[in-house]
Design a protein around this ligand. Structure first.
Ligand code: C2O
Ligand code: CU
Ligand code: CU
Length: 459
């Protein structure tokens, strides 16, 4: 359901009942509905007031992931919306067209609230996009697709608990697209623009079509790439978005599938030979996500993928005034007493499992201070498994990975990127965060809730 709004819109955060499977009701959360939320479309240049009313019986926040706006509008853990109250941020949209999303970011409860349904798609449009002739009929050949894995028992959604979930992130045995299991998309027999949002807590997707057809990757988190990139599979980590152009002009039904998620610490700990045995085994198995059924006659004209998409203004790495280093720590060492500092913090629960630079997140501690307008290089690496690192308030560029060139998938303007081996990220900090800080964290939401997050001011 698209909701094209003028200059103001309202979101109600509410509890609901969702029948993911017939006759099986699940207790869920949603925005203006039972599960997930409306697709919000804003246009470059808009100033939009959003009234967010919390009708839950617990506190929440709504974070606009990928919007470049000041810290106090960002909806991070500091913009708490207590039950029965309304938060009214005004967002000024001054950035390129892109697929963004919004979700709960209340500290300690982000993972459970998102798992229960608090995620929605936010699309930024702009005039210059039209000239490219990309598919643009919303819901027809321009489809937002929120991909999630969720756990069901007897057809009812359950929120997994337990040590394994907290260590590796909550996963699930069922794949949902926009909240629907086993979905079918009827698309015209032509090119379609698919806007993927990985709305899982922890699952990394390896997307491919069942017939391994090629498609074109056209946009990353920050918007259009400079040129389309032809691919046959695409990795999408939690928090990442990617837009592709898929060609359905041959009229043949085809499925979107995903390879197994190999991002498990126990795999990483295995001996190389054992690990490659398992990843071969798992790598061949694919899960079904979504079936496309092309409809109608062939559209005569051959679908055209534009050769150029956008011009990016380059940030000059030589102008970087600072380098900061971040190690995303998995807590096993700390929990066994091997690493000091991880157990600290003033969290009520008394123990944090994960951290960054050996410290667990603390709402009252500012970890980094950046000067407004500065260009910096942030170097990050992750322990034990790949972690999708997300930074609020900036779009960055991946300068290097593991000491070498970035990969094909690293290109474009990013706000979330997979980190294991060291990456260098280049960013210019253009948004002020003085009244409230921005966050940087792992987008495996259980890692985030359990301490793998820090905060920084920009001013
Ligand atoms: Cu999508 Cu700080 O989160
Ligand atoms: Cu964000
Ligand atoms: Cu992580």
């Amino acid at each position: 359901d698209a909701r094209k709004e003028g200059q103001s819109l309202a979101l109600k955060v509410q509890t609901g009942t969702t029948a993911f499977f017939p006759g099986r009701d699940s207790r869920t959360f949603g925005y203006n509905g039972n599960y997930l939320g409306p697709v919000i479309r804003v246009h470059r240049g808009d100033d939009v007031e959003i009234a967010v009313t919390n009708a839950l019986s617990e506190a929440t926040t709504v974070h606009w992931h990928g919007l470049l706006i000041p810290g106090e509008m960002d909806g991070g853990p500091h913009q708490l919306i207590r039950p029965g109250t309304t938060w009214r941020p005004v967002v000024s949209v001054r950035q390129p067209a892109a697929t963004l999303f919004y979700h709960s970011h209340v500290h300690d409860r982000t993972a459970e609230q998102v798992y229960s349904g608090l995620t929605g798609v936010l699309i930024v449009t702009e005039d210059s996009e039209k000239a490219l002739g990309l598919p643009s009929e919303y819901g027809v050949d321009d489809l937002p697709l929120v991909l999630q894995d969720r756990q069901f028992e007897d057809g009812r959604l359950v929120v997994p608990q337990g040590m394994m979930s907290l260590m590796m992130g909550r996963r699930g045995d069922t794949l949902l697209v926009n909240g629907t299991p086993n979905p079918v998309a009827r698309v015209p027999r032509r090119l379609a623009r698919l806007r993927f949002v990985n709305g899982s807590n922890a699952r990394i997707f390896n997307l491919a079509f069942s017939d391994d057809r090629a498609f074109h990757w056209i946009a990353s988190e920050g918007g259009l790439l400079e040129r389309p990139v032809e691919l046959r599979s695409l990795t999408l980590a939690p928090g990442e978005r990617a837009e592709i152009l898929a060609d359905f002009s041959d009229g043949r039904p085809v499925a979107l599938e995903t390879g197994a998620d190999l991002n498990m610490p126990m795999m990483m700990g295995m001996q190389r030979r054992l690990r490659s045995f398992f990843s071969d085994l798992l790598g061949r198995s694919r899960e079904h996500i979504l079936r496309f059924e092309p409809q109608g006659g062939a559209s005569g004209t051959k679908a055209a993928v534009p050769e150029r998409l956008a011009e990016h203004e380059r940030v000059d790495a030589a102008q970087a005034v600072r380098r900061r280093r971040f190690v995303l720590n998995m807590g096993m060492g700390g929990m066994m007493g091997g690493r000091g500092g991880m157990m600290g913090g003033d969290r009520g629960s008394g123990m944090a499992m994960h951290g960054i630079n050996s410290r667990a997140f603390d709402m009252k501690r500012i970890d980094e201070q950046v000067r407004l307008g500065d260009i910096e290089i942030w170097e990050a690496s992750g322990e034990m498994m790949a972690h999708p690192l997300h930074i609020h308030g900036v779009h960055f560029e991946v300068l290097s990975r593991d000491g070498g060139k970035p990969t094909v998938r690293d290109q474009g303007l990013r706000d979330t990127v997979l980190v294991k081996e060291p990456v260098e990220l280049l960013a210019r900090f253009t948004q002020a965060a003085t009244k409230a800080p921005f966050m940087y964290h792992c987008h495996i939401l259980e890692h985030e809730d359990n301490g793998m997050m820090g905060q920084f001011t920009v001013g």
